[in-house]
Ligand binder design. Sequence first.
Ligand code: FES
Length: 107
Amino acid sequence: MIQFTVEDRTGERQPIAIPEGINLSLMEVLKASDYTILATCGGMALCATCHVQVVKGLDALPAPQDAELDMLDTLPDAEFDSRLACQIRIDDLVEGALFRIKSEEPL
Ligand code: FES
């Protein structure tokens, strides 16, 4: 199992365990885990409604591609550790990470 932690918009943290070999993005896992993530673009790095902060484990992740960086640049509240959850693959590189949901709560 791959294990990591998600912090919701209220600061509540929940451990998540995903079987290895499942080809999902973090955005897909968050949605499947009942977090309110709009993901309007369906994971194309075009909407930024899957914005997360990688509080722990940032250095282990592959560097963001240009499309992700361009979209993060449009966010007024992006930080150095901001990423788009749809661009993060769930594999052993996210083991032990802590992701904080930053996108606004959908109305
Ligand atoms: S789902 Fe749209 S940018 Fe991630």
